[in-house]
Write a protein that binds this ligand. Structure first.
Ligand SMILES: Nc1ncnc2c1ncn2[C@@H]1O[C@H](COP(=O)(O)OP(=O)(O)OP(=O)(O)O)[C@@H](O)[C@H]1O
Length: 291
């Protein structure tokens, strides 16, 4: 994180004459996210003029299709209207600084990786269910609209004061519908997957699929339930080579029916990962019967 301070100082103070950057909220593999104030809204008396503002960090920001990449993230989420998908506001370009950026709803809360630090032995079933069901519902909804997330992992889900939100569709893609044209960008060359959550077939060059999203979500859910990653945070290809699926243990906080479903979702072979986000959601939504 040492470099993020440097990037924060280098960033312009006001973008597009309107958005004043206040502080860096987070730096991921590809982007920098700031808390910013919308000076226009503030001028008209908006008591809550705060937004989140995302721009690409180097070296992505200097790639020829940087703006298209960011636009694609914006466009994918703009077409999703779900209470558990983070709301984007606008895509902008600051001509002076030649800087493209997205504005979006500012979330107050914790990302799930921050939450996991507080639960090293996993969460109770009740606490887990409150997160799992909305998250899976958001994923099922996105998949139903032909949108794949591409990077489901704990740092891309936030538990806000009121809601759980899935965000960062930066590696996402439209499988069908008019947005499919956006998918021409080659994300493989970005090599931005997080190997511990990316399904083995993705790391081996296959196209993104709903099944790949399921693998990431399953790793995340396992981690919430047990406090540890199912495959010791190894890249999935290495975990498969070491046959770690044989050592998988049912998290003690998980009802048995959820474990059977989760195990299926954790399959290394996409052909055997025979469960959808909607099916997983339905299993996790049922009451706390342990059988
Ligand atoms: N709308 C938001 N409100 C508050 N904080 C946010 C928001 N969006 C992102 N963040 C914070 O910024 C961090 C990085 O955001 P994001 O995941 O979009 O960037 P990224 O570079 O695409 O990350 P990666 O590629 O590593 O997943 C998040 O983990 C979170 O802490």
């Amino acid at each position: 994180m040492a470099s993020t301070g440097r990037k924060a100082r280098e960033a312009p103070q006001v973008l597009a004459g309107r958005f004043r950057l206040e502080r860096l909220l987070g730096a991921g593999g590809m982007g920098l996210v700031y808390r910013a104030r919308d000076l226009l809204h503030e001028q008209f008396g908006d008591p809550e003029p705060y937004i989140a503002l995302k721009m690409l960090s180097e070296p992505f920001s200097t790639s020829p299709d940087a703006s298209a990449l960011l636009y694609s993230e914006f466009a994918l989420t703009r077409h999703l209207h779900h209470p558990n998908v983070l709301r984007p506001f606008s895509f902008e370009v600051d001509a002076t600084h030649r800087q493209a950026f997205i504005t979006m709803e500012l979330m107050r809360g914790q990302t799930l990786d921050q939450l996991l630090c507080e639960h090293p032995r996993g969460m109770s079933w009740q606490a887990l269910q409150v997160i799992a069901v909305p998250l899976l519902d958001a994923l099922a909804y996105a998949h139903g609209r032909g949108v794949l997330h591409g990077d489901v992992k704990p740092s891309n889900v936030m538990r806000g004061e009121e809601q759980v939100r899935l965000f960062d569709f930066g590696l996402g893609q439209a499988e069908q519908g008019p947005l499919k044209r956006l998918a021409n960008l080659d994300r493989k060359r970005l090599n931005a997957w997080t190997p511990a959550y990316a399904a083995p077939e993705l790391l081996e060059g296959s196209a993104l699929s709903a099944a790949a999203d399921i693998y990431g979500a399953a790793c995340l859910l396992y981690e919430l339930a047990s406090g540890t990653h199912p495959f010791r945070r190894l890249p999935s290809t290495q975990a498969r080579a070491a046959r770690l699926e044989r050592q998988l243990k049912a998290p003690r906080n998980l009802p048995r029916r959820c474990w059977s479903a989760l195990r299926l979702a954790l399959a290394f072979d996409p052909g055997r990962r025979g469960i959808s986000a909607a099916q997983l959601r339905d299993v996790f939504s049922r009451g706390a019967s342990w059988w």
